[in-house]
Design a protein around this ligand. Structure first.
Ligand code: PGA
Length: 216
């Protein structure tokens, strides 16, 4: 009751998260909304450039990015590790071999997210830092469609490991490729100095209390 009067457990909570974080944040929203049943949540999901636009237009209370747009005036707190892994259909020839190298992967078609995706940005930066190429590419603008396409045998992909967690077991496997996973991490982002509503400040704190991995 006291908390309610102080505005701590009522009101609207507007979140803008990148597509990989939609596999992370709902698991935190569940218990939080149970404890604060009168909070109305608006949960927006988009790729990095879409969520960056929402941030720039100040449309949401809190944001989750894995590559915070540091060219804007923001505060970014590490939230959780978001390793990017190479995936293949379980019946693929490479899935039956032991240790693999990038050359094994590069000989296959690689399904990769659209321009504007933080996942794509992270992959490109990493390949470039290693001097590795991905000559046979197909662009697909959704994590879900990429998983479907990999399952159907269209090629391999590099995706956030967390996007795999509700896949039917046995459809897809993570390949043991030297140099992988690509280390990557999510951050809770707010415009610097933004006065958060009490409920937004509380959820931000709750998320940071749930931190795990080396972000914790
Ligand atoms: P995205 O999300 O690939 O959908 O942009 C992840 C990220 O920003 O790293």
């Amino acid at each position: 009751r006291l908390a309610e009067r102080a505005g701590l457990s009522v009101g609207r909570l507007r979140l803008g998260v990148v597509t990989t974080a939609k596999y992370l944040v709902p698991g935190m929203l569940g218990p939080f909304c149970k404890a604060h049943p009168r909070v109305e949540v608006e949960f927006q999901v988009g790729n990095r450039s879409e969520i960056r636009e929402r941030l720039q237009a100040n449309l949401d209370d809190l944001y989750v990015f894995s590559h915070p747009p540091h060219e804007l005036d923001i505060e970014a707190e590490p939230l959780a590790d978001n390793p990017l892994v190479v995936i293949a259909p379980s019946e693929h020839a490479l899935a039956k071999r032991g240790a693999l190298t990038w050359d094994d992967v590069a000989a296959e078609r690689l399904l990769i997210r659209e321009a504007g995706s933080g996942t794509r940005h992270a992959i490109e930066r990493y390949l470039e830092s290693r001097g590795w190429q991905a000559p046979h590419r197909i662009t697909i603008a959704s994590n879900e469609a990429i998983k479907e396409a990999v399952t159907a045998g269209l090629g391999l992909a590099i995706l956030s490991r967390l996007t795999l967690r509700h896949m039917a077991p046995g459809n897809l496997v993570e390949l043991p490729v030297e140099g992988f996973p690509i280390p990557n991490r999510w951050y809770v982002v707010t415009p610097r100095g933004k006065q958060l509503s009490p409920i937004a400040a509380r959820f931000r704190q709750y998320m940071l209390e749930q931190r795990h991995g080396s972000a914790g």
